[in-house]
Design a protein around this ligand. Structure first.
Ligand code: GLN
Ligand code: ZN
Length: 759
């Protein structure tokens, strides 16, 4: 009998119970005991699901109140000194203060940094490392949960984040040093953890080392073998889990590690699982991850069965089956989706359904023959229906894509010629001021959208209220004295969802939440078919806004790469193809805006950089097709029409050539917190077009001072010629209150005026 397991299950609960409980706890509405009870219920339900699906072990330690990397830090006693923690065990509120700066008890402190987990949309709390740091076992959470699972009658397979990935993800604070210097003091704590797990009766422990899928320096790769040799605990078996990509030259290292088993992501690593199977010494086991833990499509189980049959031919019972990675990255249960079209629904598998697929695959493998063929029938039928569906394939989209010419990827003239034409009609002052698009999304605006969606507000009334809001936003911008105005985006719940809802080829779930960070969840759209735009999406709002002012109104779109990166994307064609389809649909919107008299158009690409592949050798391919998609979106307009793009981050070193190749007339970026140092990438590259380096941090409620912004712009002007500089905030203002927004923008405009006077 083949063993099956998962690397992790979603922790949020089928209805985001975790979010609700944790937020109530933060608000002081429930106490720690009530919160703990919710956690116990969620864990018990997840384990029951796993056991009911015939898994041989349930995964323990994938549950977290906030983040599993933070849990690992807590277990190692890695609490930065500013939290004033001196206890035996890292308590709940210390943990929450590390995550978000405050908790029901304890003094508020600056939170630890948070960043994206590999190439997912999940964010982890970055471990802080300093020279000479010591570690000690400082959390019983994992042990308690193992005991809890055992009491419930499950066979527990605890999961830990491995020491090398934990160190790799950590950030050095204070004087620089080599993170690997900390390994000798870290390993004894890991040994203590493993010994305790063994004492609790654990047979298998899963240790995650996803860093092996990155371009690690050789010294880091070399340290894996001695590290895992040092972690051997007599009588306890270790499954080393890798995922998110091929291991490449680290494959041999992983296969030869002194552990008892290896997990390979067989969805994203080509035939590495097969390659390892051929050389894995007995009695090591190989866990093969053939069910995609990163997407929501039903697995092609026939294809999966063929692969695992061959591997079983080599390994026999040493083959285990699993999803490719933790199911943390997919929604919990398709059963919650009652509004999806039945055919589309039959093509999908969320975490619970993936457990079912695992069970089916295992049964088919163990039974073989006609029984297997029969078992896989529903999967096969769903897949062939999907392949043949007219909802997916639209010949006119393919035809249009095939007809894209090189000319469509280029503006009519080069930037200097365009810039002259744009300056001629725009007549903007030096240091023109603008904003990034959204203005405060008040409770009233959200209620209006919600009521309209629920059908309790008529369309006419909805449009009226939105137009009123736009009028207000326009008037305020005029009062403040901004040069290029925006309509404020009141009609948009989310910058991707808003467009997805109006494009064909997209579907939306009611409850398909995925954890993004802490209690924050996102509900990514599903791009299931060829993308078309049945009608203009933003034109009416933009035209209305322009009608209210003589100042230029900037149209506002979300770009194709960002829509792609923040959605679940179809897996039956390359992502690049889906991106080009999005680009064509958005190109039509750009042209319609232009035709309607909107002559400045911003195409937001907030998620351009985060889509970079994990391995450097894959970057150029990604950058090539994303730049092409942006250019396809933007290049149809006349020279006089000014294209802006916005990217709300600032590390441009790796991508600056591509940002330049996008050839937007103006790019606005986030720079205020780095004293403009982050403009250096643009300077070193001699970036030729206009730049709007953000002059104040919109994440902070503080009102930026005029002097400070003047100084920042002067710093920017040392790097970029003043005639190519814009003045704007770091990002959109939708999360801020009106009071602070007005004071901040008044100061920003004042700063620009002072600079103009000095010219
Ligand atoms: N135009 C969007 C806004 O202002 C951009 C948001 C973003 O970059 N994340 O809200
Ligand atoms: Zn932004």
């Amino acid at each position: 009998m083949t063993v099956s397991h998962v690397l992790g299950f979603p922790r949020i609960g089928p209805r985001r119970e975790l979010k609700k409980a944790v937020e109530s706890y933060w608000q002081g509405e429930i106490d720690a005991a009530t919160l703990a009870a919710t956690g116990r219920d969620l864990r018990a339900a997840a384990w029951t699901r796993q056991a009911a699906s015939g898994l041989d072990m349930v995964t323990v330690g994938d549950f977290s109140w906030y983040d599993h990397v933070l849990d690992q830090s807590a277990m190692l006693g890695a609490v930065p000194p500013r939290f004033g923690w001196s206890g035996e065990r890292v308590d709940l509120d210390t943990m929450f203060r590390m995550a978000r700066g405050r908790a029901p008890t304890g003094v508020p402190v600056p939170a630890c940094e948070m960043t994206k987990w590999f190439d997912t949309n999940y964010h982890y709390i970055v471990p802080e490392l300093h020279a000479g740091q010591t570690f000690r076992l400082a959390s019983e959470k994992l042990f308690d949960e193992v005991a809890e699972a055992t009491e419930l009658g499950h066979k527990a397979k605890p999961v830990l984040l491995g020491p090398l990935t934990w160190l790799w993800l950590g950030k050095v604070k204070g004087e620089p040093f080599d993170r690997l210097d900390l390994l000798p003091s870290l390993l004894p704590v890991y040994r203590d953890i493993l010994s305790e797990l063994k004492r609790l009766g654990v047979e298998w422990v899963q240790i995650d080392e996803p860093a092996l899928a990155l371009d690690l320096p050789q010294t880091w790769k070399d340290i894996y073998a001695p590290t895992y040799a040092a972690l051997r605990v007599e009588g306890l078996k270790v499954l080393l889990a890798t995922y998110f990509g091929p291991l490449d030259d680290a494959l041999k290292i992983a296969a030869d590690l002194p552990v008892d088993g290896l997990h390979i992501d067989a969805v994203r690593s080509g035939i590495e699982a097969e390659a390892v199977a051929a050389r894995l010494d007995s009695p090591k086991i190989l866990s093969v991850g053939l069910i995609d833990g990163r997407n929501i499509w039903r697995t092609d189980l026939d294809a999966a069965l063929e692969r695992v049959r061959l591997i079983r031919g080599v390994l026999g019972d040493r083959l285990w089956l699993a999803p490719s990675c933790s199911l943390l990255h997919v929604p919990v249960d398709l059963a919650e989706e009652t509004a999806l079209e039945p055919d589309l629904r039959s093509w999908l598998a969320f975490a619970v359904q993936k457990l079912g697929e695992l069970q089916t695959l295992k049964q088919a493998l163990d039974q073989g023959g006609a029984a297997a063929t029969e078992l896989l029938r529903p999967s096969r039928e769903a897949l062939s229906a999907r392949r043949a569906s007219p909802r997916i394939h639209r010949p006119e989209v393919t035809a249009r894509l095939n007809a894209v010419t090189d000319a469509m990827l280029h503006r009519q003239s080069s930037y200097p010629i365009r810039a002259a034409k744009q300056k001629a009609w725009l007549k903007l002052p030096p240091f023109p001021t603008t904003t990034i698009g959204s203005f405060p999304q008040t409770a009233a605006i959200r209620a209006t959208r919600r009521d309209f969606k629920a059908g309790t507000l008529s369309e006419a009334e909805y449009v009226q209220r939105m137009q009123d809001e736009i009028a207000l936003v326009v008037r305020k911008q005029e009062d403040i004295g901004l040069d290029v105005l925006v309509h404020g985006e009141p009609e948009r719940n989310d910058m991707v969802e808003y467009f997805g809802e109006q494009l064909d080829g997209f579907a939306f779930t009611q409850n398909g939440w995925v954890q993004s960070y802490g209690s924050r969840c996102v509900k990514p759209p599903i791009i299931y078919g060829d993308v078309t735009r049945p009608a203009p999406m933003t034109v009416a709002w933009a035209v209305h806004a322009q009608s209210l002012t003589t100042k230029p109104m900037k149209g506002m779109l979300t770009g194709p790469i960002t829509v792609l990166n923040w959605s679940f994307v179809r897996d039956d064609q390359p992502r690049s193809a889906t991106c080009q389809q999005l680009a064509l649909a958005l190109r039509d919107e750009v042209l319609d805006l232009e035709k309607a008299g909107i002559r400045i158009i911003q195409i937001d690409e907030a998620a351009f950089r985060e889509g970079l592949p994990l391995r450097r050798r894959d970057w150029q391919t990604y950058l090539d097709w994303t730049v092409r998609a942006f250019r396809l979106t933007a290049s149809g307009v006349a020279d006089e029409t000014q294209i802006h793009t916005h990217m709300c981050y600032s590390e441009f070193n790796d991508i600056i050539a591509s940002v330049a190749a996008m050839d937007a007339d103006v790019v606005t970026i986030e720079t205020s917190r780095s004293d403009m140092e982050l403009l250096d990438a643009f300077v070193d590259f001699a970036y030729p077009n206009e730049i709007g380096p953000g002059v104040y941090d919109i994440h902070s409620p503080n009102i930026p001072e005029v002097d400070h912004m003047v100084a920042l712009i002067e710093l920017a002007a040392k790097r970029v010629p003043a005639e190519r500089l814009w003045v704007n905030p770091d990002c959109g203002l939708k999360t801020r209150g009106w009071g602070e927004v007005i004071s901040s923008l008044v100061n920003m405009v004042e700063a620009a005026h002072r600079l103009r006077a000095d010219l």
